[in-house]
Design a protein around this ligand. Structure first.
Ligand SMILES: Cc1cc2nc3c(=O)[nH]c(=O)nc-3n(C[C@H](O)[C@H](O)[C@H](O)COP(=O)(O)O)c2cc1C
Length: 206
């Protein structure tokens, strides 16, 4: 489904028409559109409002070739005009926790609140912290995929990559975690129809 520039798909239409797309048209995505999609994805919720998600937006063809090699040679990485590398950086998130405390929290309560956020991670290893950060970042990933679709774009979330190689290519510190690569562009294939468990198989009502 093509989406006119001035008409966004609503949430239901975005969910129903999103599919993993692995073959994209060779058309660039306007910078303004990417900025809008990313800005809206930042509205995703996170525990403690910690927002550990970070993004690298890759458009450079030679870098995409190298990313593809680090992603089991999956062709969607070079087919898409844009690959968003989503990573979680808990060190940065904890250091900057004060910046994103809700404005409604009284000044007097802020130091203790900040302390309790940091204390809850103090005994965790870096790997445990990043596993937690990955969980939060997947919420932003869901937002990103549906926002892209709402704007008429398509994506495919990817876990099939070598994280150490991707970090090296992008100059990311070893401590961060990478929940997903997300090729993004206009679809040049239909993708597979949804094939899902039904409600009875996955929901219990009590
Ligand atoms: C976290 C995650 C990782 C995935 N990794 C890959 C991947 O590396 N390569 C790929 O082609 N598809 C990947 N997929 C896409 C799934 O195969 C796809 O979402 C699923 O089959 C459902 O199809 P649909 O997205 O078209 O509805 C991944 C999906 C998720 C959510």
């Amino acid at each position: 489904m093509e989406v006119a520039a001035n008409r966004l798909l609503d949430a239901k239409q975005a969910v129903l028409t999103r599919r993993s797309i692995r073959k994209f048209k060779q058309e660039p995505v306007p910078q303004g559109t990417l900025e809008e999609i990313l800005s809206l994805a930042l509205k995703a919720p996170s525990a403690w409002n910690s927002q550990p998600w970070r993004f690298v937006v890759v458009r450079d063809p030679s870098l995409k070739m190298k990313l593809r090699a680090a992603a089991n040679d999956q062709s969607q990485v070079t087919s898409a005009p844009v690959v968003i590398v989503l990573y979680s950086d808990m060190k940065d998130a904890l250091e900057r926790a004060g910046e994103v405390m809700h404005p409604g929290i009284p000044e007097a309560e802020r130091p203790a609140r900040l302390e309790s956020i940091r204390a809850s991670f103090a005994s965790k290893t870096n790997a445990e912290r990043e596993a937690w950060g990955m969980g939060q970042s997947y919420i932003a990933l869901g937002f990103l995929m549906l926002l892209a679709r709402s704007y008429g774009y398509d994506t495919v979330p990817m876990l099939g990559f070598n994280a150490a190689k991707v970090k090296e290519l992008l100059g990311l510190p070893e401590r961060v975690a990478i929940p997903a690569l997300l090729p993004l562009g206009l679809r040049d294939e239909e993708g597979r129809p949804h094939h899902r468990h039904n409600l009875e198989q996955v929901v219990r009502w009590m």
